[in-house]
Design a protein around this ligand. Structure first.
Ligand code: ADP
Ligand code: MG
Length: 568
């Protein structure tokens, strides 16, 4: 009979969902439409949580940060061509940052696409994805779904993690095959991120260099956070007394309040360190490429990284330790018994003196209570609340909001700060916040510049729809960088960095059923934030900031060429 035949068959829809489930995928972030709507419905029916977004870039950012937080790929699912391209921003960002994620997009008829005959949403998606992805695959036969998903997971997780694109032509979804053969075609990946042990000689070389250092420094990057080395790195640092500096997303791997943190003496230690240990941090623009004037010209480097090609990328690395960071730090720790390392006391003392001086300056800055608010007073209030909520995840983007917040908001737990990362990309805010809330069941505080928020602001509807414990704090100074830009033409139109300073973003949140607050003082900000975090419900605080404060380009002024001459 017909039912007997049906029972013996499966199809592409079921196989995709079964392959994801078999590999421990518990959420999909996406935007529904042709040809993946029914795939999403089936995933939901079969027990995968589906989170529907308003824009694919945000769904992709959610998948990426889920990957970072879980050490397991997050899944973003989109429609073809335009939806796929929107997702690509997040995929490229994930690849750049080393976050494991898989972007799965439905695509149009291959025969028509390849002859460019003009299909609905026609685009050669797999090839479009290649330069921005760690790997890109297309599944063209229903019996290859299991292999395709396994390859995508392995590519996302192994070595340096990254973004993988998986193309699903619409035709394979309703395609049927024998159910038994279908089930047998699925693969549960085994050990997709294998340990990679550094050579003994590399460990010995690194420790020998470190042992004779007069001014050693450890830099912790988000690769170290991702690798979850908090226990071993703490033991290594406390045994050796070496001062450390966290990169932005590595804040909390060691508590920012740890006495060995050199964060408030950053410029000094970068300029003076003679042996630097990079632990999952790259010598890219965020570290001045490891070159003078930020760094000593004769400083020597030890670099722990899983990617051998990263070594010597910006300057000479005297002692590369290529391997996974967990194994590498463990070996270094074990090696300390044969090669003891101790940071010289005069180096520690000179850092302490510098820190004390800077702390005094900062205390004076934080004591001020200006109205209208500036970034220090507003972010100081945020930091006081975060101190009492170490479990909260902090998402941050913006220019001054990001730069000042990075310094003021101390983190005490690993992987609790999620921000613009390697690219300095704007638009991660709501996607990161949603995935942090979904995967960690903890309160999330998204500290956003008013401009940065605009890139994903519509997702507050998503936050309300799923009733997530996210508080969005908008530092509203009415502009990109600041709100007082002058239109030099005199035609009365707004200046190029100007946004609406009078905007009431809190009312957007109320429109979707969340709680809105509008505050103008640091006291009101602090109490609103305490209430919002405790409520575990969607909330948005519009913080009125002086339109005249804020540095153009934040800390990146030197990257923004200014016109040498006025208009002619
Ligand atoms: P940050 O911006 O915090 O300095 P980066 O993203 O620049 O961090 O650097 C992270 C580095 O960590 C990358 O070079 C990446 O290859 C490396 N990495 C990521 N995961 C691991 C891991 N498990 N083991 C070793 N290295 C890793
Ligand atoms: Mg602004």
């Amino acid at each position: 009979s017909e039912t007997q035949t049906d029972a013996a068959l499966t199809d592409g829809f079921n196989l995709v969902v079964d392959a994801l489930k078999l590999n421990g995928i518990t959420e999909i972030y996406g935007v529904a439409g042709i040809p993946v709507t029914d795939l999403m419905r089936l995933a939901q029916e079969k027990g995968i949580h589906y989170f529907g977004f308003r824009h694919e870039t945000s769904a992709g950012h959610a998948a990426a940060i889920s990957g970072y937080l879980r050490q397991w790929p997050g899944i973003c699912m989109t429609v073809s061509a335009p939806g796929f391209l929107n997702g690509m921003v997040a995929l490229a960002n994930a690849t750049t940052n080393g976050f494991p994620m898989i972007l799965i997009s439905g695509s149009s008829d291959r025969a028509i696409v390849d002859l460019q005959q003009g299909d609905y949403e026609e685009l050669d998606q797999m090839n479009a994805a290649k330069p921005f992805a760690k790997a890109a695959y297309r599944i063209e036969r229903v019996e290859d779904i299991g292999i395709g998903v396994a390859r995508a997971i392995r590519a996302a997780l192994s070595g340096r993690p990254g973004g993988v694109y998986l193309d699903l032509p619409a035709a394979i979804l309703p395609a049927v095959m024998d159910a038994g053969k279908g089930a047998a075609s699925l693969i549960q990946v085994v050990d997709p991120a294998p340990a990679s042990i550094p050579a003994d000689s590399a460990v010995t070389r690194a420790l020998a260099l470190l042992a004779q250092a007069k001014r050693p420094l450890v830099i912790l990057g988000k690769g170290a956070s991702y690798a979850r080395i908090e226990k071993d790195i703490r033991q290594f640092l406390e045994t050796t007394a070496i001062p450390f500096l966290p990169m932005s997303m590595a804040k909390g791997l060691m508590p920012d309040t740890h006495p060995q943190s050199a964060a408030t003496a950053r410029s000094k230690v970068l300029a003076e360190a003679d042996v630097v240990v990079l632990v999952g941090a790259r010598l890219n623009w965020l570290l001045g490429h490891g070159k003078p004037p930020q760094w000593a010209a004769d400083g020597q480097f030890i670099q722990l990284d899983i990617d051998p090609v990263e070594i010597d990328s910006n300057r000479k690395i005297e002692a590369p330790v290529v391997g996974d960071i967990a194994s590498s730090v463990r070996r270094l720790l074990e090696g300390l018994s044969a090669t003891p390392v101790k940071a010289p006391q005069d180096w520690i003392d000179s850092i302490e003196a510098h820190k004390a001086e800077n702390a005094k300056k900062m205390a004076a800055r934080l004591a001020a209570r200006p109205v209208p608010l500036n970034f220090f007073a507003a972010l100081g209030a945020v930091s006081r609340v975060v101190q009492d909520h170490p479990e909260a995840y902090i998402v941050s983007e913006g220019a001054n909001t990001l730069d000042v917040g990075r310094n003021l908001i101390d983190m005490t737990l690993p992987r609790h700060r999620l921000d613009v990362g390697t690219w300095g990309v704007m638009g991660i805010g709501m996607g990161f916040a949603i995935a942090a809330a979904v995967t960690q069941q903890a309160p999330v505080i998204a500290v956003e510049g008013d401009s940065a928020f605009g890139f994903s602001g519509m997702e507050i509807e998503t936050i309300c729809r799923y009733n997530l414990p996210v508080t969005v704090v908008i530092m509203n100074n009415g502009g990109i960088y600041r709100g007082d830009d002058v239109n030099r033409s005199g035609d009365g139109e707004p200046g190029v960095t100007t946004l609406s300073a009078a905007a009431r973003y809190d009312r957007m949140m109320e429109a979707f059923g969340g709680k809105g607050y509008a505050v103008t003082t640091s006291e009101d900000l602090e109490s609103a934030l305490r209430e919002a975090v405790a409520s575990r419900k969607p909330a948005l605080i519009n913080v009125a900031i002086d339109i005249h404060v804020g540095t153009e380009s934040g800390h990146l002024k030197k990257l923004n060429p200014g016109a040498a001459q006025a208009a002619k």
